[in-house]
Design a protein around this ligand. Structure first.
Ligand code: GLU
Length: 490
């Protein structure tokens, strides 16, 4: 017998922008499909019409594409098991709900919202277990006929076994068992004719021949319902693999209040997709590598369900930033420039008239320093600014000191006198050394004020490369300005 082909799906509900937790689920499905030579499907679960958000739908597909997690079948691209959007499949769910009614695994419930609310309140007063009190489960045929004749609105509920337990084997956690008495007669079809998540999800997983369900562990409590539904239809359930929870740095589930949560926000902050993918892959997957930088090709080769951890994975922003910096440094310069230019243009740092050679020179230096592409505007602005903004602290501590003005003026003369063809790091260093020897000053007493005067701040890339990248004319102009305006105490 040959094993069934691997078919996995990512099944987001378009109720908000794609969250990093959702992206991790998509990534694990994608990795598993690619590792096994299987099929990765994108299915849209949009049956909750009250929370539906069309922007979220666009965002999900754009974010997955940006991450490089292309699906083989599904939303926007179609395939043999379509449609892949649940709101276009309502007739299929209706037919399956009817099938369960016919086989006695489901029943119509005519309870009004008021009656359900009153029953809930009573349960609270009695301290009894919450859940549907099964008032319609055993209605007589006459009572049902009367409700139907009166055109009473109804939902369709699943007839849960009342005794025994439902057990399934999770590929990551092993056997999990729930007593049936704790389960509700959950709704399959709502009064608006839309299915609930449970019905639509398992009908689609079956019809789309999904072999493995990889999803977040918040869905574990739903799985016994699904297992019971599979049994009621007489279908073989897929393999379930519930991914470990993603924890916020201080513990607890990662959420919006811990900073950026949506993939599009990370994109806007200047994270690279490869870095985010690498980081997310390590949230719950123990790769057998010495290094945490794992190229995609290696992930695809090594990804297995056995390698997924049971325990929660901590979302460490510092690690993500470090990793993003490492990916930025791996980019060829031209690609880094292409990625970072929109950030510089949007921030008004680049206006389009800059000398391309100067831009390349600056960006080469900053590529070695930034963690996020969005760090670049603040890091690079001083190279291109017509009017420099000075850090007041640096001016006070470094420039407004005895003797600094004279040194700046001397260095200004020296730099102004360098023939333009020799305005390079090696020549500048040699000239400054001569000056230091002549004046008997230690290097730092001259370099610190020089740095503050030409960059406005106390930190920059190497001073000689920085001078070259700013350009001779601007360096001289800034030194003259600093010596004239800033070196006297305020
Ligand atoms: N639509 C569900 C969600 O938004 C899918 C859960 C599942 O994968 O079964 O996460």
């Amino acid at each position: 017998m040959t094993a069934d082909p691997v078919r996995v799906r990512f099944a987001p509900s378009p109720t908000g922008m794609l969250h990093v937790g959702g992206a991790r689920t998509a990534l694990f499905n994608w990795l598993f499909a690619r590792h096994c030579g299987g099929t990765f499907i994108l299915r849209i679960e949009d049956t909750d019409r009250a929370r539906y958000d069309a922007r979220a739908l666009d965002d999900i597909s754009a974010s997955l594409r940006w991450l490089g997690l292309q699906w083989d079948e599904g939303y926007e691209i179609g395939g043999p098991c379509g449609p892949y959007v649940q709101s276009e499949r309502t007739a299929i769910y209706l037919q399956h709900a009817q099938q369960l009614l016919d086989s006695g695994h489901a029943y119509k419930c005519y309870c009004t919202p008021d009656r359900l609310a009153a029953a809930r309140e009573q349960q609270q007063r009695d301290g009894s277990a919450p859940g549907y009190d099964r008032a319609c489960r055993d209605l007589s045929p006459d009572a049902r006929a009367a409700h139907n004749a009166a055109g009473a609105p109804f939902v369709i509920r699943f007839r849960m076994p009342l005794t025994g337990a439902t057990t399934f084997v999770d590929a990551i956690r092993g056997a999990i068992s729930y007593p049936n008495a704790q389960q509700d007669d959950f709704v399959l079809l709502k009064s608006d004719g839309f299915p609930t998540y449970h019905l639509a999800n398992i009908v689609d997983d079956h019809l789309m021949r999904i072999s493995h369900v990889l999803r977040g562990d918040e869905w574990i409590p739903s799985t016994p319902k699904h297992v019971q539904l599979y049994a009621a239809f007489g279908w073989q359930p897929p393999v379930f693999a519930h991914l470990p929870v993603i924890l916020a740095p201080g513990g607890g589930k990662l959420s919006k209040r811990h900073g950026a949560a949506a993939v599009c926000e990370y994109r806007a902050l200047g994270y690279l997709p490869d870095a985010l993918v690498n980081f997310l892959a390590l949230l719950g997957w123990a790769v057998a590598a010495d290094n945490e930088i794992v190229p995609r090709a290696q992930m695809l080769k090594e990804f297995t369900l056995e390698g997924i951890n049971k325990t929660g994975a901590q979302f460490d922003h510092e690690k993500l930033n470090w990793m993003n910096g490492a990916y930025i440094r791996q980019l060829p310069l031209a690609e880094f420039m292409r990625e970072v230019t929109p950030f510089l243009t949007n921030a008004g740092v680049l206006k389009g008239a800059e000398d391309p050679a100067q831009v390349a020179q600056v960006l080469q230096m900053e590529q070695a320093r930034v963690h996020l592409l969005s760090d670049a505007p603040a890091a690079c602005a001083f190279f291109f600014a017509d009017t420099l903004e000075y850090d007041r602290q640096a001016v006070k501590k470094v420039l407004q000191r005895e003797g600094v003005r004279d040194h700046l003026l001397a260095v200004c003369d020296l730099l102004a006198g360098v023939p333009p063809g020799q305005f390079d790091a090696a020549h500048l260093e040699a000239r400054l050394q001569e000056y230091l020897t002549r004046s008997g000053r230690p290097l730092k007493n001259v370099v610190h004020p020089l740095r503050v005067a030409v960059t406005g701040r106390s930190a920059s890339p190497g001073i000689f490369e920085t001078l070259v990248a700013i350009g001779q004319a601007r360096v001289v102009q800034r030194l003259t300005h600093a010596a004239g305006q800033l070196c006297s105490a305020p």
